[in-house]
Ligand binder design. Structure first.
Ligand code: SF4
Length: 237
C-alpha cells in the first residue's frame, strides 16, 4: 500500500463512520465565506458570513455598500480592511465580466479551468477556489490550508514551503475519490492530535510512518491536553 493510502486507512480508524462528502451550496456564498475565513477560526468567519447575510439584502447590496458598513458586519473575523476590500472588488469584477453576481457559469467547467478563471479575481487564491469546488460544486478536490500543509509535511508526503506548493505537489498523487476525504481527515486529525504547537505524538496512530523530526521529543512529553471539537464550519454554509 502506498503511503497516502496508508495514511487514509489509519485516519479512518481514528475517525470511523461514513466518509464525509463534498457539498453543493451556492458557489458565490462559499467563495465569500472562504474569503472571510482567512487568518481566523471557522466559527468567527461563519458569524461574519451570517452578519453579511443578515445586514444586506443580497450580494449586489454588499457590492454597492459603503465599506464601513461591511467592515462593521464582519469585524468579528478580523482583517476587516483587507477582507471588505477584496470582497467588494471581487463582486465588482464579477459583475463587470459576467453581467450578474452569480458563479453558476462555472458549474459546467472543468476544475482546472475553474482555477484559471477564478484566479483572475483579486483576493481569490488556490485554497479558496478549492473550497468553492468542494463545498459549492461537490467536486472531489484537496483544499490545502495551513493545517493540511503542516500535516502533509510532518508526515512526509510533501516537502514544501507553502500550502499552494503542497497542493501542487499532492493533487495528482491522491487517488481519485479520496481527495476530499483525505482533506477532511487531515483537518480533523490536526485539531485533535497533530496540533501545530503541541502534537500528541505519544498517542498518535501515525507515529511509525511519520517523518516529523521532533516526534520523539513530543512523544516523551506525554502530554494530556484537552482535545478540541471537530466543527467544520464550511459544511454549514
Ligand atoms: S507523530 Fe506527531 S507529528 Fe507525526 S502525525 Fe503524529 S502527532 Fe503529528
Amino acid at each position: 500500500m502506498n503511503k497516502i493510502n496508508q495514511i487514509i486507512s489509519l485516519l479512518k480508524k481514528e475517525f470511523p463512520g461514513p466518509d464525509p462528502q463534498p457539498s453543493r451550496s451556492d458557489p458565490l456564498d462559499v467563495l465569500i465565506a472562504t474569503m472571510l475565513s482567512q487568518n481566523t477560526t471557522d466559527k468567527t468567519s461563519y458569524r461574519a458570513f451570517e452578519n453579511l447575510k443578515k445586514d444586506f439584502k443580497d450580494w449586489n447590496d454588499v457590492m454597492n455598500s459603503a465599506p464601513a458598513k461591511i467592515k462593521r458586519a464582519i469585524r468579528v473575523c478580523g482583517l476587516t480592511n483587507q477582507k471588505s476590500g477584496s470582497i467588494q472588488s471581487m463582486l465588482k469584477k464579477l459583475k463587470k465580466t459576467r453581467g450578474e453576481l452569480s458563479l453558476n457559469y462555472i458549474k459546467k467547467m472543468t476544475s482546472d479551468d475553474i482555477y484559471d478563471d477564478l484566479l483572475q479575481y483579486g483576493g481569490v487564491g488556490v485554497k479558496t477556489i478549492s473550497c468553492v469546488l468542494a463545498f459549492g460544486l461537490g467536486r472531489d478536490v484537496f483544499p490545502v490550508d495551513t493545517h493540511v500543509h503542516r500535516l502533509a509535511n510532518r508526515l512526509g508526503i510533501a516537502c514544501t514551503k507553502t500550502p499552494d506548493k503542497t497542493f501542487a505537489a499532492l493533487k495528482d498523487k491522491i487517488p481519485e475519490g479520496k481527495r476530499f476525504l483525505l482533506h477532511t481527515l487531515l483537518i480533523r486529525f490536526g485539531r485533535k492530535v497533530c496540533r501545530s504547537a503541541s502534537p500528541i505524538c505519544g498517542e498518535c496512530r501515525l507515529y511509525d510512518i511519520c517523518e516529523f523530526k521532533d516526534k520523539e521529543l513530543y512523544a516523551m512529553k506525554n502530554e494530556s491536553v484537552p482535545r478540541e471539537n471537530n466543527f467544520i464550519i464550511l459544511e454549514h454554509v
